[in-house]
Every structure is written in C-alpha cells, then in structure tokens.
Ligand binder design. Structure first.
Ligand code: ZN
Length: 57
C-alpha cells in the first residue's frame, strides 16, 4: 500500500511501513504533516487522480 501526500501529490514509497513512521514525520516535498497523507490502492490508479483533482482538499 502506498501513501500519497494530498496537497502536493508526493508518494511515500520508502522501505519502512508508513504506519511505523514517527508522528513528527512530514512530507519531504512540501513539508506537510503526516496527517496530510492518505493511503492509495495501486489497483485503482484513477482514484488517485480523483483525489488530486478534488478542489475541496
Ligand atoms: Zn507533500
């Protein structure tokens, strides 16, 4: 399962499971908090674009 930064679209794909990252961890791209991330299902790539295109987020 990959995790994407909603504000900037950065995809976390590190060796460490996202769940085990410290709460102080933040997006290396935009500096957004860990709360800005959402899990994405790679089998549903369209969903990612729906999230990124949603102007309310
Ligand atoms: Zn980001």
């Amino acid at each position: 399962m990959k995790t994407i930064c909603i504000p900037c679209g950065y995809i976390y794909d590190g060796n460490e499971p996202f769940q085990s990252l410290p709460k102080t961890w933040c997006c290396p791209d935009c500096g957004g908090s860990i709360m800005s991330f959402a899990e994405i299902d790679e089998s549903l790539p369209k969903k990612v674009h729906d999230i990124l295109d949603d102007p309310t987020l």
